[in-house]
Design a protein around this ligand. Structure first.
Ligand code: IPM
Ligand code: MG
Length: 368
């Protein structure tokens, strides 16, 4: 039996609380499904800064490069707002993404039937929604040079650079097309080719990859601002959305909220294949550290638990077990279980974080 190595980085805010529930789920798969994990845990973000004076220690970075997968909670919090930019909690996460070269960020936005009423949009617009945003994660304006705050005459100027090479666009486009083949066979690529040269090149390369290798997939293009509008107007027109780092950051938050709660959505960040044939990978919930509710047992652990389901699917070759976990979550929601973020206007008493974890464990037991 293979043992899968997994590095857990709970991080800050609600990160440790939701990760505690994932630990229970991991143990369940170990004891009930014989999928054994070699789990190690370390610090990232503000918690790493508190201990080491850096949001990601070199030893942690080295460990992340060696394991089969990394599972991260969340980073950041008001306590760290005044820190120098170079040691902000977010830099820890960005360093992981960059040095592991996790160029394809998969952000599914799925609306569970039981939650269709929670969306800020009308139920029929979101019920059954199932889209996948593929966000380029290691380049673009997040990393482009030159960057910085410089003196110019008698004032300062803040500079960031949007920059994409053909090969960077090519590889993330391939990820999106491959995914589309296993889903609804449609890719919509979003950029601003009307104002940005990087957008013109993006569109050109996506078209080329499409013609060369994926002409069976239906490809369309949209300017990203129109894409944002279409996402709230008629989100079900989309299957896979392919976009760059910054547009993907914004569009994925927008898509996430369509589903009712940011507390529901997982993500996978994938790089090039390792020796075992699986991609280098980091899994994390789309939500942040939510400092306003940290430490109050209010956090919804589902996004983090579903991120582990993505790890089962993409890193551990356990697609059936991933589906088992996703179905357990779905059945718990269908039974009316709700954390605070999922309480409707009719009110009621929300479940604590650990109660939601336990309910999912019970549903897993029932699945056997
Ligand atoms: C995200 C977050 C990050 C990003 C932050 C925390 C650096 O917003 O993963 O979407 O901007 O990429
Ligand atoms: Mg974001």
């Amino acid at each position: 039996m293979t043992t899968h190595s997994l590095l857990i980085l709970p991080g800050d805010g609600i990160g440790p609380e939701v990760m505690a529930e994932v630990r229970k789920i991991i143990d369940w798969f170990g004891s009930k499904r014989d999928i054994s994990f070699d789990v190690s845990e370390d610090l990232v973000g503000g918690s790493a800064y508190d201990k080491h004076g850096t949001p990601l220690h070199d030893d942690t970075m080295a460990k992340a490069q060696e394991v089969d997968a990394v599972l991260l909670g969340a980073v950041g919090g008001p306590k760290y707002d005044d820190l120098d930019f170079s040691v902000k909690p977010e830099r820890g996460l960005l360093r992981l993404r960059k040095e592991m070269d996790l160029f394809a960020n998969l952000r599914p936005a799925q609306c569970f039937d039981a939650l269709a009423d929670f969306s800020s949009l009308k139920k029929d617009i979101v019920a059954g929604l199932d889209i996948m945003i593929v966000r380029e994660l290691t380049s673009g304006v997040y990393f482009g040079e030159p960057r910085g705050i410089f003196n110019e005459g008698n004032e300062r100027v803040g500079i960031n650079t949007q920059r994409y090479t053909e090969s960077e666009i090519d590889r993330v486009a391939r990820s999106a097309f491959e995914l589309a083949r296993r889903r609804g066979n449609k890719v919509c690529s979003m950029e601003k080719a009307n104002v940005m040269e990087s957008g013109i090149l993006w569109r050109e390369v996506v078209n080329r990859v499409h013609q060369e290798s994926y002409s069976d997939i239906e490809l369309s293009h949209m300017y990203a601002d129109n894409g944002a509008m279409q996402l709230v107007r008629a989100p079900k027109q989309f299957d896979v959305i392919l976009t760059d780092n910054l547009f993907g950051d914004i569009l994925s938050d927008c898509a996430a909220m369509l589903t009712g709660s940011l507390g529901m959505l997982p993500s996978a960040s994938l790089g090039a294949p390792m020796a075992n044939g699986r991609p280098k990978a980091l899994y994390e919930p789309v939500h942040g550290s939510a400092p306003d509710i940290a430490g109050q047992a209010k956090a919804n652990p589902i996004a983090c638990i579903l991120s582990f389901a993505m790890a089962l699917r993409y890193s551990f070759d356990q697609g059936d077990e991933a589906a088992r976990l996703e179905q357990a979550v779905e059945s718990v929601l269908a039974s009316g279980a709700r954390t605070a973020d999922l309480m409707g206007p009719e009110g009621g008493t929300p479940m604590a974080t650990s109660e939601m974890g336990d309910a999912i464990l019970a549903a897993l037991d029932a699945s056997l």
